[in-house]
Ligand binder design. Structure first.
Ligand code: RB5
Length: 142
């Protein structure tokens, strides 16, 4: 799968772990930064990630900041983006099944590395259920 990933300084370390896991598991990853723990502004990386998806270069994305909150708020300002800030495997799976989320947001200060990888694993394989959930999504997004 083609996946774009972005993080701010708070999510930089977790981004490296996730990029490594994705590549080892055969995914094609576009890493839009950031590239160190030096303080940056999360909206800049949310925008780069969103643009990659809206151009059709990646099928879905992962955004990481300290809490996942700033990234989800910034990403969801864009039509066609459904960014879900999740905190365990259940919310990660339901964000796909019910909301057809195309960006998974993670808080590096909220979930540890092992939990984050488990969430990414289930998020990538869970399919959108459609039906009544599609009707609901169509009320705000294409
Ligand atoms: C950065 O300190 C922090 O505010 C950011 O990573 C994020 O948690 C914002 O929502």
């Amino acid at each position: 799968m083609k996946i774009v990933i972005g993080a701010d300084h708070g999510g930089y370390a977790l981004k490296k772990v996730i990029v490594d896991w994705l590549q080892k598991n055969g995914h094609i990853v576009t890493d839009v930064g950031c590239d160190s723990t030096e303080s940056v502004d999360y909206p800049d990386y949310a925008l780069k990630t969103v643009e990659d998806i809206l151009r059709g270069d990646s099928e879905c994305g992962i955004l990481i900041c300290g809490t996942g909150i700033g990234m989800s708020i910034a990403a969801n300002r864009h039509y066609g983006i459904r960014a879900a800030n999740c905190f365990d495997e259940n919310t990660a799976a339901l964000s796909r099944e019910h909301n057809n989320a195309n960006i998974l947001c993670l808080g590096a200060r909220v979930v540890d590395e092992s939990k984050a990888i488990d969430m990414v694993k289930i998020w990538l394989v869970t399919e959108f259920a459609g039906g009544r959930h599609l009707t609901r999504i169509e009320k705000f997004s294409s």
